[in-house]
Design a binder for this molecule. Structure first.
Ligand code: ATP
Length: 255
């Protein structure tokens, strides 16, 4: 399988603290790669670097062979990387449909100037965006909620709305930071099914998650971090049987 994302010797310091230490891994086309580890292992920091939210202190990130560390964060969606956040990033006073359409602004070609010159084209693009947003709301099971204000939606549905917003730009790589946090068992199972469909339709996924049932069910491969360092990589079965991984998790439980 072709490598889509390649991370090499990636490090990040916060003041005197090394949060991520020389981490290597790859995400291949057509797979779900899970990044797991005890609290404070550096998972979100890796995701923030891979999505251009914060720069690395050292190391390389390549997406489809393109070096990414100097690419500004706002260009990532246009290049094919989108993400969801651990803490929901929603616009409560906008409708669900409008919230999803926010995910597409990098994909339209009509600049402010050309909008003024060619209103017809801008309107056509707006219509197309709306159709795509509706289609994704249908995919995540929110078709009937499109005109509701996001602020009135329950938590589980807001998580689904964020996934629709990340998918509407048509990414090649979707980054998910604890998407199942706060969801019940049924919602988590439904979300797992959706992630498999997304993967099968051609978008690779890098998933940070604490829900081990979800990870072990849907991940093709797993990378394990502990205190900023990669301690294991393998299939769900290999990871479950890895003594270093077991020790890292037991150590956390004993604290
Ligand atoms: N902005 C920041 N400033 C200072 N330290 C930070 C910052 N962000 C993260 N850290 C530190 O970096 C380390 C890794 O944090 P990170 O949030 O990446 O871990 P995590 O594996 O995602 O944890 P969790 O599973 O609890 O979300 C921690 O020691 C954390 O305190």
């Amino acid at each position: 399988m072709t490598t889509l994302l390649e991370v090499q010797e990636l490090s990040r310091d916060f003041g005197g603290v090394r949060a991520v230490n020389q981490v290597d891994f790859q995400v291949r086309e057509g797979e779900i790669l899970a990044l797991i580890g005890p609290n404070g292992a550096g998972k979100s920091t890796v995701l923030n670097m891979v999505s251009g939210v914060i720069p690395p202190s050292a190391g390389e990130i390549r997406f489809a062979s393109k070096p990414m560390t100097k690419v500004p964060g706002y260009e990532y969606a246009g290049l094919g990387i989108t993400r969801t956040f651990q803490n929901l990033q929603t616009f409560d006073d906008m409708t669900v449909l409008e919230n999803v359409m926010v995910g597409m602004h990098t994909k339209t070609s009509s600049s402010l100037f050309s909008c003024g010159m060619n209103l017809g084209k801008a309107k056509k693009e707006e219509k197309l965006m709306e159709q795509k947003a509706h289609a994704w709301l249908g995919q995540v099971g929110l078709a009937t909620e499109s005109q509701r204000l996001a602020g009135s939606l329950p938590y589980g549905k807001l998580r689904l709305m964020e996934i629709a917003r990340a998918m509407v730009a048509g990414p090649r790589l979707l980054l998910l930071d604890e998407p199942a946090a706060g969801l019940n068992h049924t919602e988590t199972a439904e979300m797992s099914r959706m992630f498999c469909e997304i993967r099968d339709s051609g978008t690779a996924i890098l998933l940070v998650e604490h829900d081990m049932d979800m990870i072990m069910t849907i991940a093709d491969r797993i990378v394990v971090l502990d205190q900023g360092t990669k301690i294991a990589e393998g299939t769900p079965r290999e990871i479950q049987e890895n003594p270093r991984v077991i020790a890292a998790y037991l150590g956390t439980e004993e604290e």
